[in-house]
Design a protein around this ligand. Structure first.
Ligand code: SDX
Length: 428
């Protein structure tokens, strides 16, 4: 196979090297394109065909529905690892030894207190504020209490920033939910596991001892693992491009939270539940909504369906669908929208419109059903996505800075007015 690509423009041939990844993906290296062609650029709205970086963190094969974190299959990690192990793997590149994991968790616990003045910021939000807007603001506000930006050339400095945000972020998540519910803000317990303590901070009631529930712990652990990273998705690309200007880690993460909020991205998990509830209220007529999803005149989309990369089943959706049956069964929860979801999926998977466009359930299609069964409010679903995605964003930001990637600054093709002479206002 040739290791170059040849582009002919106006009769002139230009040769560009091919980059081949460890999974045999091929990229055309066009770093010299504008220089050798006198300014020719590429255009690729939504970057559907354009790679932004070389990365060693996550591998996806959309055609085969493959997802691996640092080479480990998502199915194995979801089954055999816990979320903190996976966070360590994504960020530092290898599964931790017990000693490494214990130290990581201990260092995170040391940083699991936020400045009490954060509560004053939280108090300023109306209860109607969407939790994603609150979380993005509080994450950015952390920079006020931790002003020094990360010295990426210092491993210690980078490590300290990482354990700091892994310690404080779950507190912000729990407080964001409890503030909306009018509950006191707490810290959980030092003696609990990472995910156990998140649940305690979220659900502890002020007037009775909190009882751990292994079903909820295992369910949340699995969901957070499944959401932990997904190569160069919209919010991760946002974290990378903001960080590429050498903005701090917390500021970059805050931008990523805002990108994730959109209903085409992480906000889809909330939109799925609202859609399923709407179908249920409307008599459960899934065929009507399938027709709406296919009608180009109708803005309705089947939320939780389709994916930019997966043109086969999203492996995470398969795992979550199975977990939904298990968790609801274990909790003894009957949720009619699970049956509506399954009915929609079955219909779509045999419908030509969806089959032709290779639209399958994605990570967001079933996750909200489990979150709701766990007692998490619908508006908090995307916050839970952010909680899971945090280690992936950190890992990608760290990789981008350690590889000394250049500031992200795409080009464009100008389609506006040509030069015009200025006219004073009385001439217009
Ligand atoms: C996430 O990138 C990641 O990795 C994201 C993520 C992660 O872990 O970070 O996996 C998380 O964001 C999952 C996606 C959650 N979003 C949704 O569920 C929203 C509903 N899905 C879509 O809007 C859509 O499928 C996207 C945004 C996910 C992907 O959009 P693309 O790749 O830009 O595809 P497209 O919009 O160009 O659609 C191609 C065709 C179009 O029809 P035609 O113009 O070819 O006739 O498929 C149709 C679309 O109209 N289509 C849908 C559809 N999704 C695509 N039609 C109905 N319902 C849908 N959900």
């Amino acid at each position: 196979m040739s290791n170059t690509a040849i582009l002919e423009i106006n009769g002139e041939k230009h040769e560009f090297p091919l980059i081949v990844g460890t999974e045999n993906e091929i990229g055309i290296d066009i770093k010299t394109l504008r220089g050798v062609t006198g300014g020719v650029t590429t255009i690729d709205p939504g970057y559907k065909n354009t790679g932004s970086c070389e990365s060693a963190i996550t591998f996806l094969n959309g055609e085969e529905g493959v997802l691996r974190y640092r080479g480990y299959a998502i199915e194995d990690l979801a089954e055999k690892a816990d979320f903190l192990e996976v966070a360590y793997l994504l960020i530092f590149g290898n599964l931790p030894t017990q000693e490494q994991l214990d130290k990581f968790h201990a260092d995170i616990k040391k940083e699991s207190v936020v400045d009490d003045d954060i509560k004053k910021i939280l108090d300023a939000f109306p209860k109607t504020a969407h939790p994603m807007g609150v979380l993005a603001s509080l994450t950015s506000a952390l920079t006020a209490f931790n002003p020094s930006s990360v010295n990426v050339d210092s491993e210690d400095d980078m490590y300290n920033a990482i354990v700091k945000i892994l310690g404080k972020f779950p507190v912000l998540v729990a407080w964001t939910m409890r503030k909306k519910q009018g509950l006191p803000l707490n810290y959980g317990s030092e003696d609990l596991g990472y995910v156990e303590n998140i649940l305690k901070m979220m659900f502890e009631k002020p007037n009775k001892p909190y009882e751990q529930n292994d079903i909820l712990i295992n369910a949340l652990d699995k969901l957070l693992i499944l959401h932990a990273d997904h190569e160069q998705n919209c919010s991760t690309s946002t974290v990378r491009i903001v960080g590429s200007s050498h903005a701090g880690l917390f500021a970059s993460l805050s931008a990523g939270i805002s990108a994730l909020w959109g209903p085409l991205h992480g906000g889809a998990n909330q939109a799925v539940l609202e859609m399923l509830e709407g179908i249920k209220e409307d008599g459960g007529d899934t065929k009507k909504y399938m027709a709406k999803a296919k009608d180009k005149e109708d803005p309705f989309r089947l939320m939780g369906f389709g994916h930019r990369v997966y043109k086969n089943f999203d492996p995470r959706a398969k795992i979550i669908k199975k977990a939904a049956d298990e968790v609801l069964g274990d909790l003894g929860v009957e949720d009619p929208v699970l049956d509506i979801a399954k009915g929609l999926a079955e219909e779509a998977l045999s419908d030509d419109y969806f089959v032709k466009r290779k639209l399958y359930p994605n990570v967001d299609f079933y996750s909200g059903i489990i979150y709701r069964a766990m007692g998490i409010p619908v508006e908090m679903f995307t916050v839970m996505f952010a909680l899971g995605r945090l280690p992936g964003w950190i890992a990608q930001w760290r990789e981008m800075r350690l590889r000394k990637e250049p500031i992200g600054r795409p080009r464009q093709i100008y389609i506006g007015e040509n030069h015009r002479e200025f006219k004073s206002i009385n001439e217009r």
